[in-house]
Design a protein around this ligand. Structure first.
Ligand code: ARG
Length: 458
């Protein structure tokens, strides 16, 4: 229970803060998420202080035990955050210290020897982000796994490939799913790389200049599981580039999944009728009984806007901010927490949607998507490709006028456009031929897809 609240500053102040400002200034309502990390970091810092004899071994044991209790009490809601916020506690660092003072008295103040909230907040945020990155990477891997399974199931199933949303060339559903697999693979690499940028300890660097107590920074970093030390105090307490990177990576990941969402929305319309999304992720209309609305995919598309907005918001906050810590930096956290939770939901919902989607086989034999095959056919008979392209354009216009697919034209009709066309032309005018001819590495031919799937695509 909170019995008393103390500010971490106040000696030089005669008056209390205005109540409105207290609520304007507080970050506890969102940075409470950092509690376990601030506690962990406080334990590591006090351990290092004990090596300097600032804290005795007995006091260290007392501090550690009390911090563990505080951790439990916060996790089990024995300390209600609402009460703490209402009583004007500024942030999570203040709350942890207040709770420590309430438990063990003045000895608690010793843990702040040479320590600033500027290093604390940077440290706790880095630790939080390290854990969050591992969770997000695991969710990306799970989605990659679903995409691979779907690709395996649909290696041979034809999907019209669109450019400009106009029918272009046939591809397969397997190829489609693997395209997103590749995008997500790069997203995963970006997050993994970010993990290595964040993994440096700022503790022991104080408010801006460093620590005058010769504190063992390596001991603190090792205790907290950081792979290295931040090497400049001014940089360590005031840069948030790793959060910008996180917001940028989440934006790219959201962008990828919003494109898949858009495809699914379009493909599920009665006009396209290529897929049906499961009841698990669709809703009905309160008025129109026939409706099945793709809400899940619409929200993936929509929430990505918010994720982009968070990136812009932080970049704008950081632009031209003077060196050193400024309170503007407190604005980083709501953006970070919100983008993280949105992207986790986006990943999970996309996974359920993709896993449960039903694909309607569709016959594309009458489409003009084999026109490129006809141009290739002419080029193989030594017609220069540009000329071949022109001839096929004319043939297509003729076929459209006569309301026939290309393969329904007679050999005489073909010959009116090019004398080199023989009866072997019909063999190239099938979807199967078009697909199987794209067997270059990375192409849509089922053979090529099988090769990619068999190789180590992780
Ligand atoms: N709540 C603050 C933040 O999120 C913690 C650091 C406060 N430091 C200070 N000098 N006022 O940035």
């Amino acid at each position: 229970m909170m019995t008393q609240t103390h500010k971490l500053w106040g000696g030089r102040f005669k008056d209390d803060n205005d109540q409105l400002f207290v609520f304007f200034n507080e970050s506890l309502s969102f940075d409470y998420r950092l509690a376990p990390y601030d506690i962990q970091a406080t334990k590591a810092f006090s351990l290092a202080l004990s090596k300097l004899d600032v804290i005795s071994y007995k006091e260290l044991t007392l501090i550690h035990r009390a911090l563990d209790e505080i951790d439990d009490e916060l996790k089990s809601n024995k300390v209600t955050l609402q009460t703490a916020i209402e009583s004007g506690v500024e942030d999570i660092h203040t709350l942890v210290e207040n709770l420590l003072v309430n438990k063990i008295g003045d000895v608690a103040y010793k843990v702040n020897t040479g320590r600033s909230r500027n290093e604390q907040v940077s440290c706790a945020t880095r630790l939080w982000l390290k854990d969050k990155l591992s969770e997000i990477i695991a969710l990306i891997k799970a989605l990659m796994c679903t995409l691979k399974q779907k690709a395996n199931q649909h290696i041979d199933d034809v999907l019209m490939g669109y450019t400009h949303l106009q029918q272009a060339q046939p591809i397969t559903w397997g190829h489609y799913f693997l395209s997103f697999y590749q995008m997500l693979k790069r997203d995963k690499l970006r997050f993994e790389e970010l993990l290595s940028h964040v993994d440096y300890s700022p503790l022991g660097l104080g408010a801006i200049a460093g620590n005058a107590w010769q504190i063992d920074r390596k001991l603190i970093a090792d205790t907290l599981g950081f792979k290295g030390l931040c090497l400049n105090s001014l940089d360590a307490v005031s840069d948030r580039d790793y959060i910008v990177e996180f917001l940028s990576h989440t934006s790219l990941l959201g962008m990828h999944l919003s494109r898949l969402a858009e495809d699914f929305i379009i493909y599920s319309t009665s006009e396209f009728n290529l897929i049906e999304m499961s009841d698990l992720v669709t809703t009905g209309s309160s008025l129109m009984p026939q409706k099945k609305n793709p809400d899940a995919m619409e929200l993936v598309r929509g929430k990505t806007g918010r994720v982009y907005g968070n990136l812009m918001a932080l970049l704008t906050t950081l632009k031209a901010m003077p060196s050193g810590y400024n309170k503007d930096l407190q604005e980083d956290k709501e953006l970070l927490f919100q983008s993280a939770s949105e992207i986790e939901m986006i990943l999970k919902v996309s996974n359920i949607t993709i896993e449960s989607v039903l694909i309607h086989p569709k016959n594309h034999e009458k489409s003009f998507s084999v026109a490129t095959e006809l141009a290739d056919y002419l080029a193989k008979k030594n017609v220069p490709f540009r000329e071949a392209h022109h001839i096929v354009g004319e043939i297509t216009a003729y076929a459209i006028e006569n309301n026939k697919p290309l393969k329904a034209l007679t050999i005489e009709e073909f010959k009116a456009f090019s004398a080199v066309i023989e009866s072997d032309v019909y063999a190239v005018l099938t979807i199967d031929f078009a697909l199987n001819s794209k067997k270059v590495q990375g192409g849509t031919a089922p053979l090529a897809i099988r090769e990619v799937l068999a190789s180590n695509v992780e």
